[in-house]
Design a binder for this molecule. Sequence first.
Ligand code: AMP
Ligand code: MG
Length: 323
Amino acid sequence: MTIRPTSTETIADAARYLRQGGLVAFPTETVYGLGVDATNAMAVAALYAAKGRPVFNPLIIHVPRPDLAWVFGVPTPVARALAAAFWPGPLTLVLRKQPDCWLADLATAGLDTVAIRVPAHRTALQILEQAGCPIAAPSANRSGRVSPTTADHVAADFGDALEFIVDGGATPVGVESTIVDATGEKAVLLRAGAVTRAQIERVLGAAVVVAAETTHDETKPASPGRLASHYAPRAAVRLEAQAVQDGEALLAFGPPLTHTGAMQTLSLRGDLVEAAANLFAMLRALDTIGAQSIAVMPIPDIGLGEAINDRLRRAAAPRPTKR
Ligand code: AMP
Ligand code: MG
């Protein structure tokens, strides 16, 4: 692990490392973020593995300018007004994904929405600008630990598990960004943070709805009120399959079971990072070909396997409403 002081060379190296799929911790005005290229599914999977998150929480995507945010998310009048008032700054907007949004499905945990912001930190903006790709960056702490506001906090949490830390001193704000759902006509506060509700209401000239749960716990699935919008395959899902039954499609892990019908292989070599990177796209692919039910081979419940199994268990759970 190397902690590198901010310099022109450090920023250029960090941007290059990110483009190559690496993980880089860098300062923002809120807390230190652990960044990866949000279009690179393997890099995003490695990020979840490093943080040790037991579930796939959707990540906040960082871009250096508002017009780049609209490339990935559909701007609403509320979103444009809030972006004009608070970007760059500690406000995250949840938007509908653009139809051609090419972010890795894993970065948004398979949702049809994307959380995005423009940070107000010179070093962060320079890294984002030079990386030239959207950067998914949750707080640079291991799951369950407090958010880091100095490079030393980051180093203490990750040790040698993290290659590259950009040291920009203590972060000025020190609390997380406020998260607002801006997909509709009214703004909905999903997480309280550095920008206050009163500030938002002043800009919009309208009351802000507060979502049922605005506390933040990264060991729990994000925004529980919105779980219904989580991507679940249309097909029925059967876990721990030891054999494939008639009419089932197969989602394999390791060498596939004997099967002649539709099949996707999460990872032939049984690699959990690769499996996580493929999970959402492969569930979608099996849905697209019209599979009625999916048999899923056993996946070890260790490391990223925990988050993969959490996602699959929820996909396999009885559906409250017919879809
Ligand atoms: P952080 O660890 O600070 O990056 O927090 C990321 C949080 O952003 C997640 O845990 C969610 O609460 C929230 N979030 C990200 N994407 C979405 C989304 N599409 N819809 C709702 N909330 C989101
Ligand atoms: Mg966090």
